[in-house]
Design a protein around this ligand. Structure first.
Ligand code: 4AD
Ligand code: MG
Length: 430
């Protein structure tokens, strides 16, 4: 019976065949332990000299790392292995012999690993991180589908800037200039006016000259947008959503979290509601913590966010930022026109801002005024304003950065390990 490692639990004490690669090996005179992987998981194959032909035993002993094989054997339960099963090998058929696989089980430097990202992805650790990424994507669709959102795909090639003009990637669109999308938001606002509750999931691009552990040039965002929705209500959706993601990862990625040695208790405690502090309170908190140089009106950097997050064991919303440091479309607070109805959600443990969101300006004249103040032009000017012309409603939305969320749940230091092929300031290869 042909199977995959993910399904061996259905074949205990049966003989199965699977395609696999050899990730590591130990052997002595009479026994060989093969660490096998097939993409769905990892399993140990045990080859006992007395139980296989001489040819098969010799092949097992000489197999090189990353060679591909068809392997047959009996699935047995094994309480000592974290996976719970092992394969008592009966036969091995070599498909392809790999010679000198560059990523050996010893330690390698980051640049070397990044240059070999196409091969590094095969490691147990990268497998665990990508499975967690996959779970966050799956759970996002589940969450928004159960809440009656519909998935809408905004364009990637656009004629307008959503998040300011300095970080745009320019490209030629026949005889016109175009940009790669920084955020689907403006289009998602149009979609919310058509479909009520919508979400998108797609790649976004920022020509940011940042070389930090939280910044990618190309990253993926989940962007919900909701009609008839005020700022406070949007925060409730956000905390429900992030809690749902955390619990989904805890429930469905136990093996992966243990491979990554993640402290699961920290993730279990991610349950709504989340604390909320205003920007003003955040400034006070920073001053108390000895950040004397921060003044009202300045944006927070990574050290500020980390210091604020340290005061909470759940993610914390920082709300009501000064309007001058936030995007043009954010709605001013009716009680204080200098601040806007927005929130950044800061993850605990130093993983930084994972969500940026706000209530949007719904008044046509105010939106026109903002366009002028921000010297904005471009394609969206007309159509985006028209959304405020025909049945304008209070609406709000947010964007969750997938890679930062993966980094946080996985407990990996740097976002470069949270996307299959990271695009970084100095890296377009592989
Ligand atoms: O705060 P940002 O810029 O918000 C927006 O783009 C809004 N238009 C979203 C919306 O309301 N629909 O980005 C949202 C999130 C950030 O909180 C962060 O998690 C992530 O996207 N992000 C990045 N992730 C990796 N690398 C970068 N360079 C990122 N820039 C933002
Ligand atoms: Mg932001």
């Amino acid at each position: 019976m042909k199977t995959t490692i993910s399904k061996v639990s259905q074949h205990v004490n049966e003989e199965v065949t699977m395609g696999a690669w050899l990730s590591n090996k130990r052997s002595s005179g009479k026994i060989a332990f093969l660490q096998l992987r097939d993409g769905t998981g990892f399993i140990q194959g045990v080859v006992v000299k007395a139980e296989v032909s001489e040819e098969v035993f010799n092949l097992a002993k000489s197999l090189t790392q990353e060679s591909s094989v068809y392997v047959s054997g009996i699935v047995v339960e094994d309480t000592r292995s974290p996976f719970g099963y092992e394969l008592q090998v009966r036969n091995i058929e070599l498909i392809h012999e790999a010679v000198d696989f560059p990523i050996t089980p010893k330690e390698h430097g980051t640049e070397f690993l990044m240059d070999h990202r196409h091969l590094w992805l095969r490691s147990k650790r990268q497998h665990a991180v990508m499975k967690i990424r996959n779970e966050i994507i799956r759970a996002s669709y589940e969450f928004f589908n159960k809440e009656d959102f519909i998935k809408i795909d905004p364009p990637i090639l656009t004629g307008s800037a959503a998040e300011g003009t300095t970080e745009l990637f320019h490209t030629q669109y026949f005889d016109q200039e175009a940009y790669l999308s920084q955020s689907g938001q403006l289009y998602m606002e149009a979609a919310a006016m058509a479909f009520g509750k919508v979400f998108s999931f797609g790649p976004t691009f920022r020509a940011e000259k940042s070389k930090t552990r939280r910044h990618l040039i190309e990253f993926w965002m989940i962007e919900p947008e909701m009609a008839f929705m005020e700022h406070e209500e949007s925060l409730e959706v956000q905390e429900q959503y992030v809690s749902f993601l955390a619990q989904s990862v805890v429930n469905n990625c136990g093996l992966e979290l243990s491979v990554l040695e993640r402290d699961v208790e920290k993730l279990k405690s991610i349950q709504a509601p989340f604390p909320r502090i205003t920007y003003d309170e955040a400034i006070d908190l920073l001053k108390e913590k000895g950040f004397d140089d921060i003044a009202w009106g300045e944006d927070f950097g990574a050290p500020h966010e980390t210091a604020i997050a340290e005061s909470f064991d759940k993610p914390v919303f920082i709300t009501h930022y000064p309007k001058d440091i936030k995007a043009f479309y954010m709605k001013p607070d009716p009680n204080n026109e200098n601040v806007v109805l927005c929130a950044d959600l800061i993850a605990p443990e130093g993983y930084g801002e994972i969500i940026g969101g706000s209530q949007r300006i719904d008044d046509l004249d105010l939106m026109k005024q903002r366009y002028e103040e921000h010297n904005l032009s471009g394609d969206a000017y007309q159509w985006y304003l028209e959304l405020r012309q025909y049945g304008s409603v209070p609406h709000a939305g947010f964007g969750l950065g997938l890679e930062r969320t993966v980094a946080w749940f996985s407990g990996v230091e740097h976002v470069r390990e949270t996307i299959p092929f990271p695009r970084l300031l100095n890296r377009l290869y592989p």
